[in-house]
Design a protein around this ligand. Structure first.
Ligand code: C5P
Length: 219
């Protein structure tokens, strides 16, 4: 890795969770802290890339050197923001996008009444899959996968189904790794290879992931 080995590259990174509103005071969300995506954005900017970070609702400071940070809340907003940033050289989808959102957002606070309440949910747009087949598809499209079992099977399935170039799968069961931690362990899969990274701080993993991307897609 050299200081400016990503200079001239335009990299779009999505990070954090998405929140899907149920009513004005409630939402469906997930436990992503955004740390992995923010670390990738920071490392890419430090290495000279023009970085746009599309961030879900997180409480993290903006890394230095970004070209732009776009804050969004829902999967739908994240999709709009990411697509608006194309074309790019690389898209790294590190966000933990909610898979389902309420079919309707109640205009007022839903009051408790019956013993049971059923919420109708609809699928959110799959941003990664859409970017990967877009007319302005980036040269390299990288996704993440959080799996609890059969990690390789599901990660390779995602490579094929979502037509992406690399999937970085979180290795679960490694102490200190995961959603809210500062450390993580990843196995990165591509069509004819794989590489285990970490366990290491997310900042170090970010550089190692960028190294892998550069090695496979040199300028
Ligand atoms: O299918 P799964 O949610 O496990 O895939 C994870 C990858 O897909 C991540 O890179 C995530 O950012 C992306 N994704 C997305 N839009 C969705 C769901 C997941 O971009 N609606």
């Amino acid at each position: 890795m050299s200081a400016a080995d990503l200079s001239g590259r335009r990299i779009v990174v999505s990070a954090g969770p998405t929140f899907e509103d149920i009513d004005p005071v409630r939402f469906i969300g997930n436990r992503s802290s955004g740390k992995m995506g923010f670390a990738i954005a920071e490392a890419a900017a430090r290495r000279g890339a023009q970085v746009v970070l599309v961030a879900g609702p997180v409480s993290l400071p903006t890394p230095p050197g970004l070209q732009q940070r776009v804050d969004v809340r829902s999967a739908r907003q994240m999709r709009e923001a990411v697509i608006a940033q194309l074309p790019a050289d690389v898209y790294i989808g590190a966000a933990a996008v909610a898979d389902y959102a309420p079919a309707e957002v109640a205009p007022g606070k839903i009051k408790k009444k019956d013993e049971q309440l059923t919420l109708a949910l609809v699928r959110t747009p799959d941003i990664l899959a859409e970017v990967a087949v877009h007319a302005r598809r980036p040269t390299v499209v990288v996704g993440f996968a959080a799996e609890t079992h059969d990690v390789e099977f599901y990660a390779r399935g995602k490579l094929e189904k979502k037509k992406v170039d690399m999937i970085a799968a979180n290795r679960v069961g490694v102490s200190g790794s995961g959603f809210e931690s500062d450390d993580n362990a990843l196995t990165v899969y591509w069509l004819d290879g794989e590489r285990a990274l970490g366990p290491a701080p997310k900042t170090a993993l970010a550089d190692q992931l960028l190294d892998l991307i550069l090695a496979r897609w040199p300028a």
